[in-house]
Design a protein around this ligand. Structure first.
Ligand code: AMP
Length: 302
């Protein structure tokens, strides 16, 4: 099944306790596409400026990522700058330069319109909806967002959420979106807004998933070297959605496997700045780490 993703393709400037990376490749659609392309073909919809060079585009080449929908506009590529706390568990956005995104009107290429799975990456919720309107009867629509939009465009976001089946956000965002501190209560409130499947990412504390079948929890991989958490959420989404696109059916078992696959991709992403680790990753490495997850969480019944 093919996946359509719309999201940011960006230059990121990132400071972590371990160093700084200046204007490196980032963006929600970039991390998502590379992670998801290990499992299924990806159709990327986004925009870059005329400062986006062949070296950056090379990250997407040689993978099952179609770039017909990646528009180039005069002006600068979206730029995001963030700084992480000492324990890497929280970050501050220093600046968000929307640049070409401010004027972007997504046009879905004809051959993308029948994509079966749609992932609305973290961008303006109004844009997310305008993309969705151009897709014919997708089987699954999943969505991400962040504080910037929860605070900045709450009404638009509510309208988008009413049309999606899966929402992937982090714990802070879940609290802000619902106005509830307790995550179980937050999940109930958010699922009532539209998405029946809610995946709450808790950084190094793992993931909680709430569905019509009940809830599921998975830890994050305990890692010795974490360099840069940027993109972990999008890589998670890429592994999660990519896996579902390759699964014969989307039931409870596949959703649980998808959470572990998402956690697997995220665990690789944080081992280096930008997409550096994802770009050297191989399918056998993914499978080996999935098995480590299985070991990590296996215990006998009483
Ligand atoms: P994550 O760490 O998975 O939450 O995603 C980080 C990525 O999101 C970075 O590569 C940024 O370029 C991108 N990003 C940050 N803020 C925004 C925003 N307001 N709109 C779209 N993309 C953003």
């Amino acid at each position: 099944m093919s996946i359509l993703v719309v999201g940011s393709v960006a230059y990121d400037t990132v400071e972590t306790p371990l160093g700084r990376a200046e204007r490196v490749l980032g963006g929600s659609a970039s991390f998502f596409s590379v992670a998801a392309s290990f499992f299924a073909p990806v159709n990327l919809v986004g925009v870059v400026g005329d400062d986006f060079g062949p070296a950056q585009l090379a990250a997407f080449r040689g993978r099952q990522i179609d770039l017909t929908g990646l528009e180039r506009m005069p002006g600068k590529t979206f730029h995001w700058q963030g700084r992480y706390s000492q324990d890497l568990n929280s970050r501050d956005t220093i600046r968000t330069d929307l640049n070409v995104f401010e004027f972007f009107e997504p046009k879905i290429p004809e051959e993308y319109r029948r994509s079966e799975i749609v992932f609305l990456g973290n961008i303006d919720p109004g844009l997310q909806r305008r993309v969705l309107e151009q897709v014919e009867r997708p089987r699954v629509v999943a969505c991400d967002t962040m504080n910037f939009w929860i605070k900045g465009k709450p009404q638009e976001l509510r309208e988008t959420l009413a049309t999606v089946q899966v929402l992937l956000i982090n714990d802070q965002e879940a609290r802000e979106l619902s106005g509830e501190w307790n995550l179980v209560r937050a999940a109930r409130a958010i699922r009532a807004m539209g998405p029946r499947t809610l995946v709450v990412k808790k950084g190094e504390h793992g993931v909680l998933m709430f569905t019509d079948h009940g809830s599921f929890a998975a830890p994050a991989m305990p890692l010795e070297h974490v360099v840069d958490p940027t993109g972990a959420g999008d890589s998670f989404a890429g592994g999660f959605i990519g896996y579902l696109a390759s699964a014969p059916e989307v039931g409870d078992a596949a959703l649980r496997q998808a959470v572990v696959m998402g956690s697997t991709l995220a665990s690789f992403c944080v081992e280096a700045f930008s997409l550096d680790r994802l770009l050297t990753l191989t399918r056998p490495e993914i499978e080996a780490r999935y098995q480590v997850f299985e070991q990590l969480t296996r215990f006998e019944s009483l």
